[in-house]
Design a protein around this ligand. Structure first.
Ligand SMILES: Cc1cc2nc3c(=O)[nH]c(=O)nc-3n(C[C@H](O)[C@H](O)[C@H](O)COP(=O)(O)OP(=O)(O)OC[C@H]3O[C@@H](n4cnc5c(N)ncnc54)[C@H](O)[C@@H]3O)c2cc1C
Length: 504
């Protein structure tokens, strides 16, 4: 039997990436016996980015795996529940109304001979209803202001899948407290240099303080302080496909009587789109835009006008965004994650999700006594795959637009040329339904055929299908969905009531 040796794992950076990774790995590696001494070094002078407040649904299982109490997590972060994203204004108005569609997390698998998506299409239901309203329960829930949970829903479970809206600063603080209570060491210091030997980091320095480690995790945000020390030019830019490279974020008070919504809203503006994320005490908003077409001042003015003059603004921040990812996330003994590893614009709220994916892979790849180059190659291939898949999924949201009211929107359809697989597939999806097999071999299991369909059909990219559907079959399927929607409404609470109950 090998002699047990505790290794040291040094995480530099105390934003969401640093503390999510620390809390998860500490629980995974040190619960039964101590395998890693984990230290998080966080600069007292450099703040965290302070955005990143909406999540996808699978982050629930990551928080559960950290051993966190869900209600405590929600209370401590002013959190609310999220059943999906309402997209507004991504196409020209329809019938005098703003174009809207909802992308829920939920995926109904009804239908034997014919699946529900094909049935919806061949029954011609697109003439009278939105796709998400026809095939999901979440659309029925949000139309009545309901969240995904009932009064007795167990932790991390709902009638439909859900993610969170959480205050990013409070999340980092909460995770720090939990991680430190569980044995992670917290050091306040600003790292000024790193000692590198044979493509490995031996130590990081803060003035005359020196911190050695077996493994280093770079969570220093867009700076990528450690990973950049190991290899220059280690960056794959996505700006040709995803031109939005700036954001202006505004936090505003919720207005009198305004209940937090159980979904994120993403409204297309002139040169990008605005997010609205409701917490229990305020709304986080922001405009993600193409900085080559709009100045900071113009973007801020457009966002303020969109929010309305009565908005009580608490804080306004301008941010530059580096869109793309590392060619190699793991070099020698250093792994970059969070913004240091890469960033895709937040249209589908995937920043924390990518941290979750990377931490999960660290859990499996760092278990070996001495991780080999094969381990590093595997980690890098998977992480690159996640980012590439996601890039393509985000391009899908833009390239189907018919908006022609600005140069930004007129250029949007051409972005699909930067994602050749998607370009070819869009043609295929003109003639048949988008199905699971089309995405087989992809890296991301988060956004699969169902998610693609919500965007494709939300953006009116329908296949031309020919054959008919017997009336009885149609009535059976859509009758079943309607009944399920009514049952879901009966089993869940108004979102606002759920949040009030949580406070008491
Ligand atoms: C506009 C925008 C909107 C976003 N929206 C979402 C969203 O809705 N959902 C989502 O999931 N994600 C979103 N993201 C992504 C999300 O914000 C990040 O993935 C997440 O916050 C992780 O950030 P981080 O920890 O990598 O970096 P940061 O929060 O920047 O943290 C960096 C840390 O490194 C430390 N540090 C830096 N330099 C040093 C040094 N020299 N020495 C010591 N410490 C140092 C800092 O003190 C800080 O603690 C968004 C990002 C942007 C830009």
């Amino acid at each position: 039997m090998n002699e047990h040796k505790t290794k040291s794992l040094v995480i530099v950076g105390g934003g969401s990436a640093g503390w999510m990774t620390a809390a998860y790995l500490n629980r995974l590696f040190n619960r039964e016996q101590k395998n890693f001494d984990i230290t998080v070094i966080e600069s007292p002078d450099i703040g965290i980015i302070g955005v990143g407040e909406a999540t996808v649904h699978s982050v629930r299982f990551f928080f559960a795996a950290m051993g966190l109490d869900e209600e405590e997590l929600l209370r401590e972060t002013n959190g609310t529940l999220k059943t999906g994203i309402l997209f507004r204004n991504w196409m020209k108005p329809r019938g005098g109304k703003m174009h809207e569609y909802f992308h829920p997390f939920e995926q109904q698998k009804l239908g034997r001979g014919i699946d529900i998506s094909s049935a919806w299409m061949v029954a011609g239901r697109d003439a009278t209803e939105r796709y998400d309203e026809g095939v999901s329960l979440s659309a029925a829930l949000i139309s009545k202001g309901h969240g995904p949970k009932g009064p007795n829903s167990p932790a991390y479970q709902g009638v439909v899948p859900y993610g969170y809206h959480i205050d990013a600063t409070l999340l980092a603080r909460f995770l720090r407290r939990k991680a430190v209570e569980a044995g992670v060491t917290h050091v306040e210091a600003t790292i000024t240099d790193a000692e590198v030997e044979d493509e490995n980091i031996k130590a990081v320095m803060a003035g005359d303080r020196r911190f050695e480690g077996d493994v280093f995790i770079d969570c220093t945000g867009f700076r990528g302080l450690l990973i950049d020390k190991l290899k220059a030019g280690n960056w794959n830019s996505f700006t040709d496909a995803l031109p939005c490279n700036k954001a202006v974020a505004i936090q505003r008070e919720l207005m009198e009587g305004e209940a937090p919504k159980p979904y994120t809203t993403a409204t297309a503006l002139t040169n990008g789109w605005a997010w609205q994320i409701d917490l229990t005490n305020r709304q986080g908003t922001g405009y993600v835009y193409d900085g080559n077409r709009l100045s900071n001042d113009e973007a801020e003015a457009e966002l303020r006008a969109f929010l309305g003059p009565q908005s009580n603004v608490l804080k306004c921040t301008h941010l530059n965004m580096k869109v793309g990812c590392r060619e190699e996330f793991w070099i020698g003994n250093c792994i970059a994650t969070g913004l240091a590893g890469g960033f895709i614009e937040p249209l589908e709220s995937t920043g924390l999700h990518l941290i979750n994916l990377a931490a999960g892979l660290m859990g499996t790849h760092l278990l070996a006594d001495t991780p080999s180059q094969a381990s590093r190659d595997s980690f890098n291939r998977l992480m690159r795959g996640f980012y590439q898949d996601l890039k393509q999924f985000i391009v899908l949201h833009y390239c189907l637009t018919d908006r022609d009211d600005s140069d930004f929107w007129r250029a949007a359809p051409a972005t699909v040329r930067e994602t050749p697989w998607l370009e070819a597939q869009l043609d295929v999806w003109r003639h048949k339904i988008c199905e699971f097999h089309d995405l087989a071999g992809s890296f991301s299991t988060t956004f699969s055929d169902e998610n693609y369909r919500y965007i494709l059909y939300g953006m009116q990219h329908y296949p031309k299908l020919q054959f008919g559907l017997a009336d009885a079959a149609e009535a059976g399927l859509f009758g079943a969905i309607k009944n399920m929607g009514e049952q879901a409404l009966a089993a869940t609470m108004p979102h606002d009531a759920y949040l009030k109950r949580l406070k008491n």
